[in-house]
Design a protein around this ligand. Structure first.
Ligand code: PHE
Length: 456
């Protein structure tokens, strides 16, 4: 029996693709992507994002999966067994911290999503733009309710990991993913027929290249790409460790990256046409509330809009949960590999994430000092998102690229990728990207952003 079998491999390629796509597709695509496009000024951001996904992140996704499958270990151990006696395992530790940090703010947004199932179904959120905006602000500012919702998300995630229903959840993705895609397409079609939609479309698709002078745009796009694809923290190392050698890594990775990008692009195709159909819409100002204020207006314009709205938030909640389980799985697997009992690991980590999540919950209006932190001038939740998404994940990705390209060696990785007679037509190109292009591009963006920050 090989190591993969004893660890419980994925049943089939489609099973793996669904689980990995379940991890990738989530709030990052539907909540995060339009928000970042709005902040970054529209189409120019989208172009940089696509460059980051296909040129930087896709090769790193292949690298993470190859490293995971070759070592059959969770991230920290994957580095330790591939290069024993070195400090590279610290990259795994960074990933574990990122998993905890990301989950601590992700659960807050997932809590809002659950609440909005109820609000749209019952018609509680309705009225004109001001009323819907005021409803959102009042809701997120209510600390007690939001702490409860966040705890609900975290406890559900822990139960899924402990209850052995994880496979079931992932199998449910088989239905959920097409349903989500179908609903997104329907919403995009509706949004595109609203008056003012063409203005939104132009904003989304006609780039203003002058915006590219700002290194922040590159940093935000890079961070968003890593976040959306679940990369840079060892999540794909963990998923790759359950992968059988019969499955083509490159084909699977292409599916995951393709699906993830399609969902993000579709979300933008809904939010911007629908947003610009509302008088006085300012995409830059949307922030974390962007989808929660634009979408209820869109549902209002549709026959049966309440039902559409509720169905949408149900699907988004499921998509968020298939991501939260992968976020919690990385630190859990790390503790289990260190000899912890699985149940204890899940419970301890859930408690830790809950404590860390509370300042993020309260930073949305409940506690003034957390809503605008000194020096950084942003709410605690935004600070968490910036630290983990824009810095920790790209730095993790940079180190993974260097490790796979140079330390483990691109040739060894290619041997893993072509195991059991699989072909890898673009092997030299991949080696070139992972050794040179990925590390240099990430380093360049990080250095430019840091310089910009200190110059400011
Ligand atoms: N990719 C997920 C999303 O877009 C979030 C995530 C990030 C999950 C990192 C796992 C690891 O919602």
């Amino acid at each position: 029996m090989n190591a993969n079998e004893s660890r419980g491999a994925w049943g089939s390629r489609i099973g793996f693709i669904l689980a990995a796509a379940g991890s990738a597709v989530g709030l990052g695509n539907i909540w995060g992507f339009p928000m970042q496009v709005g902040r970054g000024g529209g189409a120019a951001f989208v172009l940089v994002y696509l460059f980051c996904v296909f040129v930087i992140c896709f090769p790193i996704m292949i690298a993470e999966l190859a490293l995971g499958r070759s070592s059959s270990r969770s991230p920290i151990e994957a580095f330790a067994v591939t290069k024993p006696g070195t400090r590279w395992w610290l990259v795994g530790v960074l990933g574990v911290c990122a998993g905890v940090g990301i989950l601590s703010f992700y659960a807050v947004i997932a809590g809002w999503t659950i609440a909005y199932i109820w609000f749209t179904a019952t018609g509680a959120v309705a009225g004109n733009t001001e009323q819907i905006g005021a409803f959102f602000s009042a809701f997120v500012a209510s600390g007690g309710r939001n702490v409860m919702m966040t705890i609900l998300v975290l406890v559900t995630t822990a139960c899924i990991l402990l209850g052995g229903v994880r496979k079931g959840i992932e199998r449910a993705s088989k239905v959920m993913m097409p349903a989500l895609l179908f609903l997104l397409i329907a919403l995009a079609l509706r949004a595109l027929t609203l008056p003012g939609a063409t203005q939104g479309l132009a904003y989304y698709m006609r780039p203003d290249f002058s915006l590219l002078a700002n290194p922040q745009v590159f940093n935000a796009a890079l961070g968003q790409a890593f976040f959306s694809l679940s990369l840079g923290m060892g999540c794909m190392i963990t998923y790759g460790s359950y992968l059988s050698r019969k499955t083509s890594i490159v084909v699977s990775a292409a599916w995951v990256a393709g699906l993830d990008t399609a969902v993000a692009l579709l979300a933008g195709l809904i939010i911007f046409p629908a947003g610009f159909s509302i008088a006085g819409f300012d995409p830059t100002a949307g922030g974390p509330g962007l989808i929660f204020t634009v979408l209820p207006r869109l549902f209002d314009t549709m026959p049966g809009g309440h039902l559409f709205g509720a169905a949408f938030f149900v699907l988004l909640t499921i998509a968020a949960l298939t991501s939260t389980i992968s976020l919690l799985e990385v630190p859990t697997a790390a503790l289990v590999d260190r000899g912890w009992e699985r149940k204890k690991a899940v419970l301890a980590l859930t408690a830790l994430v809950t404590v860390l999540a509370i300042p993020s919950v309260l930073s949305q209006g409940a506690v003034a000092s957390l809503s605008s932190l000194p020096v950084v001038n942003m709410p605690f939740l935004d600070l968490m998102a910036t630290v983990w998404n824009n810095w920790a994940l790209p730095i993790g990705g940079l180190l993974i690229a260097i490790f796979v390209g140079w330390v483990w060696g691109a040739d060894n990785a290619i041997a893993e990728l072509t195991a059991e007679g699989q072909t890898l037509p673009g092997a030299p190109l991949w080696a070139f990207l992972i050794k040179y292009v990925c590390p240099l591009a990430i380093l360049f963006i990080i250095v430019m952003t840091a310089r910009g920050m200190f110059a400011a």
